[in-house]
Design a binder for this molecule. Structure first.
Ligand code: B1M
Length: 212
């Protein structure tokens, strides 16, 4: 497979059957999982986002592409495993309040699991209260928050404040990420770490906990 044209077109159209077949044929052809993700799937979603920004497509089309991408990432999940690993720590992950984007968050969760973390996924639109409740319940080592909208980013800071009020902030590391999130923003809201993509989220999580 020399390029990802057919995969990309099928994701744009939201044709799950062809998207899965193209992902499988890329795997069979020995294309790296990283390339399938970055050059095939994520690049396509960026293009979908640009088309949406330009008013060329609307939310339903964006959603169809998102569904196709989600199915393809499920096919890639077994390849995220780093070998036989005992739990490196507990991660509580969720997309923050008001935000329904979960593809990136799911990728981070899958890669963390593959790397040996025990992951509890709260899903999307997770309120600060929910993060606090679940933190009390499962005592995670890391809380990982994802945001895709600049308008929902403040919920990250609100969640950190809620953890502080609940007396839990110093018991857990907080990591944030998502397209509009920056290292500077992480510093500003006093998160412990920021990661720009799912791969570096795993590396940063290991670093935070001092595990190999
Ligand atoms: Co939305 N959307 N969307 N959308 N959407 C964006 C984000 C947008 C950039 C599109 C655009 O205008 N160009 C824009 C946001 C603008 C902004 O605020 N900066 C936007 C908008 C405006 C909206 C709505 C407001 C549209 C509307 O209704 N008028 C609406 C909001 C709904 C809501 O959340 N309340 C909306 C809705 C949707 C859909 C539901 C249709 C769908 C999401 C479906 C789903 O997720 N299940 C959708 C989609 C698909 C997109 C785009 C096209 C693709 C997002 C995606 O999945 N990318 C997106 C455009 C874009 O991103 N280029 C867009 C692939 C994914 C792998 O990347 O999530 O960035 P990403 O994850 C990356 C990194 O960010 C990082 O790792 C991943 C890569 O390895 N990462 C982390 C993510 N979380 C991390 C956490 C970490 C560490 C790293 O640590 C904890």
């Amino acid at each position: 497979m020399s390029d990802f044209k057919a995969l990309s077109e099928s994701v744009v159209k939201g044709d799950i059957k062809i998207a899965l077949a193209e992902t499988q044929s890329a795997l069979d052809a020995g294309v790296s999982v990283q390339d399938i993700l970055d050059k095939g799937l994520i690049a396509t979603m960026d293009a979908v986002g640009e088309r949406y920004s330009k008013g060329l497509i609307f939310v339903p089309q964006m959603l169809r592409s998102a569904k196709a991408m989600q199915e393809c990432t499920k096919l890639l999940k077994p390849f995220f495993r780093e070998g036989d690993v005992t739990s490196k720590g507990k991660v509580l992950i969720g997309t923050i309040n008001g935000d329904l984007h979960d593809i990136g968050k799911n990728l981070v969760a899958m890669m963390m699991e593959g790397a040996g973390f025990t992951v509890t996924d709260l899903g999307v639109n997770v309120s600060p209260k929910n993060f606090v409740q679940k933190t009390r319940e499962i005592e995670p080592d890391i809380i990982a928050m994802s945001a895709l909208l600049s308008t929902t980013m403040p919920a990250m800071s609100q969640t950190i404040e809620a953890l502080q009020k609940a007396g839990l902030r110093d018991k857990v590391k907080v990591m944030i990420g998502g397209a509009p999130v920056t290292k500077e923003y992480a510093q500003k809201i006093m998160a412990d770490s920021y990661a720009s993509d799912a791969g570096s989220a795993v590396a940063k999580a290991k670093k935070l906990l001092g595990v190999p």
